[in-house]
Design a protein around this ligand. Structure first.
Ligand SMILES: NC(=O)C1=CN([C@@H]2O[C@H](COP(=O)(O)OP(=O)(O)OC[C@H]3O[C@@H](n4cnc5c(N)ncnc54)[C@H](O)[C@@H]3O)[C@@H](O)[C@H]2O)C=CC1
Ligand SMILES: O=C(O)CCC(=O)C(=O)O
Length: 424
């Protein structure tokens, strides 16, 4: 069995509280009314279900599943489904709120939601995962809907799981319902460009930030934590833009080569090695903690929460952090990072390329029409660049870090819409 590195040191911060502490600061700067603050801080709906699943050995195992709708003020709620052992209600609540802010930052007409099941998909067969996903969909059938709540992939899920969700939901409705979920396989209503969209948005915002910091991408070095969907696409696209990706990592550890990792080879190796980089040659094995403190220009955390925390923040040497993951920096680390003058492109901006192309997928499903990859990429690049410039402008105007500026942009939009809608 592959060696699993212990989880990195954490501040043990409750992710919902981490979200709230930034929300509070941004709300204060905006002078948000207390009543509106109270509306926005509370998730609109929280659903917890027990999911009995027959395992391959004939035993029945009960999993706990969650779906949290944080807000539907801007539109139907949108957000991925996570399959991971660490899933719990507070994490899903935080991830759902981040979806609300993220959709507002890139100005797409969605509210925020997130779902998850506490399970270890790496130790489950495809059949067990399929039965779990179908049971989850069955239990959430009254929550999901193309005009209500639209799930998508997140950590531990991908197009295969979205196909099972769409099929199960369609069986319940008695009609094919493509637009109930995004991130589907291309042959069943998926959008060109969705698979790489989150990593592409990371690349676009990283390039925009490097321009502001006057970092020449052709001389820049980079380290990427997490080599799943987001991390591997971000690494590949940054490499294509001239950066030397000196280190990549996953749960098996980190892999470092001063002259640069051959990203295509690493992807190929992972795909032929049950999704793991364990044993990847052509690089020195280091720890995930070491990767975070490498003397690189750009650091892309693209794995999970709290990996940059008050313990390791003083040792971070990167000039720029672009957050592919949701919540990779603890709120306690924010001040340390800011005092060091490191620019952070925050999660709710940097990884919004995924939900942006999910929105395009939903639009295409509703039109019954398919866009070209070029159209998808051009439009999503424009949205990401505009969102970056808008957040950067607010950060300069109010002299606040990019993270607080992004929250300010989001809260301003959601609170104004709330007031216009009225009637509550
Ligand atoms: N898939 C998407 O479109 C989007 C994902 N995200 C966020 O990006 C992050 C990664 O998501 P995906 O790439 O979709 O997941 P994934 O399941 O495809 O990959 C996760 C990767 O992170 C690694 N990993 C997990 N825990 C780790 C740890 N403690 N240290 C080092 N590596 C670790 C895994 O081994 C794997 O390589 C999550 O925070 C997710 O919420 C954000 C926006 C959209
Ligand atoms: O593509 C989507 O709809 C949501 C992706 C997601 O879960 C995220 O941005 O964190």
């Amino acid at each position: 069995m592959a060696y699993i590195e212990p989880a990195p040191l954490k501040d043990k911060e409750n992710p919902f509280e981490a979200m709230m502490s930034r929300f509070k600061v941004a709300s204060q700067i905006l002078g948000l009314e207390e009543e509106i603050y109270n509306v926005l801080k509370n998730p609109a709906r929280q659903v917890i279900v027990s999911l009995p699943v027959t395992m391959d050995d004939g035993t029945i195992k009960v999993f706990e599943g969650y779906r949290v709708i944080h807000s539907t003020i801007l539109g139907p709620s949108k957000g991925g489904i996570r399959f991971d052992m660490a899933v719990n209600l507070d994490e899903v609540k935080a991830l759902a709120a981040w979806m609300t802010w993220k959709c507002a930052v890139v100005d797409i007409p969605y509210g925020g939601a997130k779902g998850g099941v506490a399970c270890n998909p790496r130790e489950m067969s495809a059949g067990e995962i399929e039965r779990l996903m179908r049971a989850y969909t069955q239990a959430m059938a009254d929550v999901f809907g193309p005009d209500q709540d639209i799930p998508a992939p997140d950590m531990g899920t991908g197009p295969r799981e979205m196909a099972w969700l769409m099929d199960q939901y369609s069986r319940i409705q008695g009609m094919t319902t493509h637009a109930v979920v995004t991130g589907k396989p291309l042959v069943m209503g998926g959008s060109l460009g969705r698979t790489e969209a989150t990593g592409r948005g990371v690349m676009v915002t990283a390039m925009a930030a490097m321009e502001k910091l006057k970092i020449n991408p052709y001389k820049a070095t980079c380290a990427v934590q997490g080599f799943g969907n987001v991390g591997s696409w971000a690494a590949r696209l940054l490499h294509e833009r001239g950066l030397i990706v000196q280190a990549v990592s996953d749960l098996s550890g980190a892999y470092y080569n001063e002259k640069g990792i051959e990203i295509d080879k690493a992807v190929q190796y992972r795909d032929n090695n049950k999704g793991s980089l364990e044993g990847f040659a052509g690089a020195e094995k280091i720890s995930n903690e070491d990767l975070l403190t490498l003397p690189v220009d750009l650091l892309v955390p693209a794995a999970t929460e709290d990996v940059i925390n008050s313990t390791n923040a003083p040792n971070i040497k990167a000039k720029l952090i672009v957050e592919g993951a949701n919540g990779p920096t603890s709120s306690k680390a924010d001040n340390v990072i800011n005092e060091k003058g490191i620019m952070v492109v925050p999660d709710i901006l940097a990884n919004a390329g995924g939900v942006t192309v999910s929105y395009f997928e939903w639009v295409q499903n509703r039109l019954g029409y398919k866009w070209t990859a070029d159209r998808v990429n051009r439009r999503s690049d424009r949205i990401m660049k505009d969102a970056f410039n808008n957040v950067y402008r607010v950060s300069q105007e109010y002299k606040v870090p990019m993270r607080i500026a992004a929250y300010m942009v989001a809260i301003d939009k959601v609170s104004k819409t709330y007031k216009f809608r009225g009637g509550y």
